[in-house]
Design a protein around this ligand. Sequence first.
Ligand SMILES: [Zn+2]
Length: 340
Amino acid sequence: MPLLEFNKKGIYCPPAKVYLDPWKPVDKAIISHGHADHSRWGHKQYITHHTNVPIIKHRLGDIEVTGKAYNETFVINNVKFSFHPAGHIIGSSQIRVEHKGEVWVFTGDYKTENDGVAVPYEPVKCDTFITECTFGLPAFKWVSQAEVFNDINTWWAVNKAEGKTSVLFGYSLGKAQRLLKHLNPEIGKIYTHGAIENMTEVVRPFIDMPPTERITRETDKKAIAGNIVLAPPSAHGSIWIRKMVPYVTGSASGWMTFRGARRRRAIDKGFVLSDHCDWPGLLESIKETGAEKIISTHGYSDIFSRYLREQGYDARTEATQYEGELAELDSKKEEGEGAP
Ligand SMILES: [Zn+2]
């Protein structure tokens, strides 16, 4: 019997009788991070990293949830579990599972670059590595975030000089705080859409970020002019955004690698910035785990697994209901709350 198996409800550990990031309601769920496709509603009991507790409660209401520290081992039916930094968003964790000398690691979502917000990714040695591969194609190769934020702040300053408001789209949980952390408040004021402000209030105790102002019905239209507004992708094309006229839009996502992705969504400016690994990041991480068996989940998993097999790995794909950064392609999926 494998230590972890994929069934209709999620990733199941038979000896411990628990699920990792299940997509259907279960009794006991170990949760990698607060995004909606990984921490779903309806489980009887949640176990996650401490930092995720207020995030998940904010999204799901009054649930039964236990917090753990990174590297803290907890045992369920003789199976040892622990959380390790995944570097994807604040609180994001890989889940290590050990039983009878065998070690499996499930990454959840992860990235290797230190974004200055999440605890940086740490490789964990294992026999079997279950990895996401949202951007598992050689075309995806990120430039350093210092360069991207320099571009974003320059874009803002230029828009301001032209008397336009900059509207920058990003998920309310994760991307929004990463953007906020690195915006230069000397250029102007940072305004937020309510969905982003609500989530930012939840994580502000853990992250040092510039001040923000929530846009409400009372906010003076003239006061916003020339400043920057952080909004979830779902705000694009809404009535809400009319208050920002004249404005220009920007989107920060790994998908901005493809020009068509920006044009199809009528975004003025695309910045390639992702909270997932790029192609070299995925390959480097796999190598560092020392694992021989690799299971790819969401993303370009079939192509990625085939490539890994050509490199000599015992690699296969398993279907899950995780969405990676897809919500940035289809803004309706976000619905104003935390999304993948
Ligand atoms: Zn995620």
